[in-house]
Design a protein around this ligand. Sequence first.
Ligand SMILES: [Zn+2]
Length: 266
Amino acid sequence: MIPGTFIVLLLITIAIVILVFYKKPAKQIDLPPHYKELLMENVAFYRSINDEEKIRFEKKMKEFLGYVRIHGVNTGVEDLDKILVASSAVIPIFAFPEWKYYNLRDVLLYPHTFDKDEFLSGNNAPDTLGMIGNGAMQRVMILSKPALHFGFKNDWARENTGIHEFVHLLDKEDGAVDGIPEALLHRKFMIPWLELMNKNIEAINAGSSDINIYGATNKAEFFAVASEYFFERPDLFKEKHEELYNLMTRIFHQQPPVPLFKQPDH
Ligand SMILES: [Zn+2]
C-alpha cells in the first residue's frame, strides 16, 4: 500500500470513529422570555431561595426543557406552562447535582381532567389530574393543565399535581412505584420509612391527620401526597409531622425553603 492511500484510509477511519462515538451534547434551549418574572410571580419555591440558588434552579430548568418535550393535547403550550412543568420537575431533585429524569421523554398537557381509562384498562377515573405512563406510554407524563396551574396558584395550599407526578417518577427510578424510593434513601432508613408510612396512612384513615385522604390509597400515593405537602408548606409539615419531615429531608437531601408568600392583591 502506498503511504498516501494509507494516510487517507487512516483519516477516514478516524473520521468514522469520531462520528460513531461522538456524544451529542444535550440540546441547548433558551428559557422563555421574562422567565424570571414568571418564576417570581408563580413559583413560591423559586421566590424563596437565594440568588445563587436561583441561578442553579434556572440551569436545571434549562437542562430539563432540553431533553423533555411538552405537548398540548387540544390546548396550547404557553411559556408559563413550560415554566410550571419544569419547576415541578426541578423542585424535588433540586439537591441532586447530576439528576436527569431518564424515565421521562414527553409531557402531555390536557385542557381539563382526563379519563385515565383512555390510557389504562380497568381503571375508570374520569377525574384524573395527572399520571405517569406505563407500557406503551412509558416515559410519558400526562397532566391536566388546570391542575398544574392550581398547584402553584395558592401559596397556602398543600397540593401540587406537578410535584406529585414527578415524585412518582423518582419513586419509579428503582423500577417500582411503591412509595419506597430506594434510589434516594439509604437502606438503614427503609424500615423506619415503611413504619412511618403505615402509621400515617392509619392516621389518615382514622380521620386524625391533615394529610390529604388520597394519600391513604397506598404507599406510592402516600409518598407523593406527603411530598406535595413537604415542598408546598415545609414549615407547617415540620410542625405537624416532624418525624416524616426529618426522614423526607433525607430522601430529598434538602430542607425546602419556607415559602415567601406574595402579598395579596388589593
Ligand atoms: Zn399519584
